[in-house]
Design a protein around this ligand. Structure first.
Ligand code: SF4
Length: 540
């Protein structure tokens, strides 16, 4: 039976008077007051309500309390056991959740797990983060016109496996699930395979393989994997999630010889590393995670937050206004293989939908391809991000930035001081032609853009470039200005937010696996950080 209590109507008597003045003031200045005052009544209980019967069965917990507990658990990075204790005995939790019945204060771990699974399955974590963050933005009058965006790598609770380890764990996972769900089919599995992959005892089991043996034994494991796939594909076992994983690992890691004539003559070839897709399964415990050479294995989380240019020291006698909190406005958990530049448009679209679109957005070089700048400008946001270093600059070669151009992008003068013989421009491409005999005598000729033309021995040497390259050149030149540096210096502040999320909010040490669960934790902890930031502002 559904329970939704009224948290908007006030009490006739103060239920917290027993705390005394000092403790009551402390509570009013705490995160609990922020939660109770701005968020509790706005929890989207109506989205959870359809999943419970309104007039039948045991009463549910008050749905406000159920959702609130899940937020507080992630905000303080607590285990289920610690959450149940906090819920039962912590006065600040009771105050924050406006506990109105003793029965609401007791959650068993299973109840907590069930609510969490429902919220994850319904993707309510994103609804909670967005809806409640918007409430905080409104309540604290946060200016969203200036924001900054960055990403960080997150690792779910899984260990690094070798390729052999991944195959062994995948086979083991399938056989264990088969034993649970289809004992009759499990009885048909080769006992030797079960011994080596599940029981892992006796000679020849893969758990005893040293790292140096791992590569040598991979074909053997691949053959066992292929035999299992061919044996169980025609059976009901093909419906199991672990069988889908078995097939995926087989396809990603191995190639089966085309003249496959059965298990006795079956041959598999181990694929070379460059033949394997970069989002391959690297650990069957978390098949959603992916790998990036630079960042490692896991997920890539995007965070966008507001910022204020507020580091000015007040003059003597000047009124110091209370600082507004910087709030995280957008969160996304993507595959590690997604590039940052592809995350900009969804972040702006999300902010636009919620009417909190920034007019100025700061990001690092990865967010700043010319195409992104133009798209964001079309949406009404000026993206301030440095352009990539021009190709050849680090090697000491000249770039278009050293040529003098007019407003139309035509070359007026080269770095050697030569005026082009002629210039021409089309819809996309432009070019300038120089007298090669002068270039041959130029001390810059080996590092000049024109060097390849001179090597071909042409009388007229030309450089070609695009209009997009001209726009990028203008950006690069503008980046040298003090005005750009003054605007861009505020981007660095988001590194502190990343550090806080990872070390204070615990994103560096996730206890979950799978994209949905990781997304749930990231959304909830970003919301938790927003609450703590509002509390800091309230307490200031
Ligand atoms: S090589 Fe020719 S185009 Fe290049 S800087 Fe020298 S004179 Fe100018």
């Amino acid at each position: 039976m559904l329970t939704i209590r009224d948290h908007q109507t006030g009490d006739l008597f103060d239920r917290w008077a027993f705390l005394g003045t000092k403790r009551r003031e402390l509570l009013e200045r705490s995160w609990a007051s922020v939660f109770r005052q701005h968020l509790l009544a706005n929890l989207p209980v109506e989205k959870l309500a359809p999943y419970f019967k309104s007039d039948d069965g045991r009463p549910t917990k008050d749905l406000h309390v159920a959702l609130g507990v899940l937020i507080l658990q992630q905000m303080f990075d607590l285990t289920d056991t610690r959450t149940v204790e906090a819920m039962a005995f912590d006065t600040a939790w009771h105050f924050a959740l406006d506990l109105r019945a003793d029965s609401d204060a007791y959650f068993c771990e299973r109840t907590l797990r069930n609510y969490r699974h429902t919220v994850i399955a319904l993707s309510l974590d994103a609804v909670l983060f967005k809806g409640l963050t918007d409430q905080l933005i409104m309540a604290y009058g946060v200016d969203t016109t200036k924001q900054r965006l960055d990403s960080t790598a997150l690792r779910s609770a899984m260990r690094n496996l070798t390729r052999l380890g991944c195959v062994v764990e995948t086979v083991s996972k399938f056989l264990r699930e088969l034993a649970r769900t289809h004992p009759d089919l499990h009885a048909q599995a080769d006992p030797e395979t079960i011994r080596r992959y599940v029981e892992r005892e006796g000679a020849g089991c893969f758990a005893l393989a040293t790292p140096s043996e791992s590569k040598r034994r991979l074909p053997e494991a691949g053959l066992d994997l292929a035999n299992l796939v061919f044996q169980y594909r025609p059976t009901a076992a093909r419906e199991l999630p672990s069988f889908a994983l078995l097939e995926r690992v087989l396809t990603e890691q191995f190639e089966i010889a085309p003249d496959d004539g059965g298990s006795s003559s079956r041959k598999v070839r181990v694929k070379e590393p460059d033949e394997i897709p970069c989002d391959n399964v690297r650990n069957p415990a978390d098949p959603d995670s992916s790998y990036n050479t630079y960042r490692g294995q896991g997920y890539l989380a995007q965070f966008m937050e507001t910022y204020q240019e507020d580091d000015a020291t007040p003059m003597a006698g000047e009124e110091v206004l209370p600082a507004k909190p910087d709030l995280i406005t957008h969160v996304a958990v993507n595959k590690m293989t997604q590039h940052d530049c592809d995350a900009l448009e969804p972040a702006l679209a999300d902010a636009k939908d919620r009417d909190i679109q920034p007019q100025r957005l700061l990001g690092d070089t990865h967010y700043g391809p010319q195409e992104n700048i133009q798209k964001a400008a079309g949406l009404g946001t000026a993206v301030i991000a440095p352009a990539q270093t021009p190709r050849g600059e680090n090697a000491g070669r000249l770039t278009l930035e050293q040529f003098e151009l007019n407003e139309q992008g035509e070359v007026l003068k080269c770095p050697g001081g030569q005026t082009p013989e002629s210039v021409s421009s089309g819809a996309e491409r432009m070019q300038a032609r120089f007298d090669a005999t002068i270039c041959e005598r130029c001390p810059l000729k080996t590092s000049c853009l024109i060097a390849p033309e001179l090597k071909r021995g042409k009388k007229v040497a030309r450089i070609q470039y695009t209009r997009e390259r001209v726009a990028t050149r203008e950006r690069r030149l503008a980046e040298r200005s003090d005005e750009f540096k003054e605007k861009y210096r505020w981007r660095a502040g988001i590194e502190g937010t990343m550090s806080r999320l990872k070390h204070q909010m615990g994103l560096n040490n996730l206890r979950v696996r799978g994209r949905k669960a990781v997304r749930y934790v990231v959304n909830m902890r970003a919301l938790g950080l927003n609450i703590l930031r509002c509390k800091a502002c309230k307490a200031a």
